[in-house]
Design a protein around this ligand. Structure first.
Ligand code: ARG
Length: 286
């Protein structure tokens, strides 16, 4: 059901890619204690909805072609960040990446546990704004279903999981130092949902980006420390067992006063539901 909604909503990728500008990927310096530093290694069974986006053709085989994170919201549906699929990241529109796959059920990228599933269809949110990074999500449809146990539910608007102070887990294979130390093993960090006014003060519209409470949320610790970082984009932020955010951007990684910014999942739900026929999307059973 979600798939047909996404199909109706999201324009063909070629068009989206042709009209999108350079994505926002922060190049600001980062503190030594970044990412999923302040974080810890986990086994994928502890966050089985975390998947890696891969193309060995584009990114080489040393880390199984991993270039972004993603999250399974249905057995054949994965959410990721729109900016992960920009032409300047992939070197071409994503539908021309022949070996574009999702890796699921794998902790160590170089192990052969879990599965690699081909991506059959890519839909970038037509409302994605690469200037502000608002609406930073895309919907991938897989060629084969993932195990049911890999699927996480999305938190609708009003879900208490969005309440500031709620503890959440972010997971991914991104940079663990802020110096380009991309990890082979899945890492995670505990962060807290932060109040919108704090996020808006942190990002009023400088070079790092502009915080938009309607479509973004921010999380971290006021003093800095645990955070997502480059390579984690598109990956999950989960609180109370439900998906509340996708890793999107930030000013550096783990810096005091520069919390991580996430695509607000309730806004993704609203966007998909608002698409023609979208009210038919079934909650909890997809
Ligand atoms: N844009 C980055 C990526 O493409 C994610 C950055 C997240 N930064 C942060 N401080 N939380 O992987």
């Amino acid at each position: 059901m979600l798939r047909s909604v996404a199909r109706a909503l999201i324009r063909p990728l070629v068009l989206a890619a042709a009209t999108s500008a350079i994505p926002l990927a922060s190049t600001a310096p980062v503190a030594a204690d970044s990412v999923v530093v302040g974080g810890f290694p986990i086994d994928v069974s502890q966050a089985p909805w975390t998947v890696a986006l891969s193309s060995r053709d584009r990114f080489g085989g040393t880390r199984a072609g991993q270039f972004c994170g993603g999250v399974a919201i249905a057995r054949t549906t994965v959410l990721t960040a729109a900016h992960c699929l920009a032409e300047d990241v992939l070197g071409s529109p994503p539908n021309r990446v022949r070996d574009f796959r999702v890796i699921a059920g794998r902790t160590d990228l170089l192990a052969d546990r879990g599965e690699e599933v081909a991506v059959r269809d890519v839909r970038i949110n037509p409302g994605y704004d690469s200037g502000t990074n608002a609406g930073d999500f895309a919907v991938l449809t897989l060629a084969e279903p993932l195990p049911r146990s890999a699927v996480v539910a999305m938190a609708d608007a009003g879900d208490p999981a969005y309440t500031p102070g709620t503890q959440a887990l972010v997971s991914g294979w991104g940079d663990t130092t802020g110096d380009g130390a991309y990890t082979r093993r899945l890492h995670a960090a505990h962060v807290r949902v932060l109040p919108d006014d704090l996020c808006a003060r942190a990002y009023p519209g400088g070079p790092d980006g502009t915080y938009r409470a309607g479509s973004m949320l921010c999380a971290g610790e006021a003093a800095g420390g645990p955070d997502a970082c480059q390579g984690d984009s598109g990956g999950p932020l989960v609180a109370a067992g439900r998906l509340i955010g996708l890793v999107s951007w930030g000013g550096g990684c783990g810096r005091a006063g520069n919390p991580g910014v996430y695509t607000r999942v309730s806004e993704i739900v609203r966007t998909l539901d608002a698409a023609p026929g979208g009210q038919k999307r079934s909650h909890g059973t997809h």
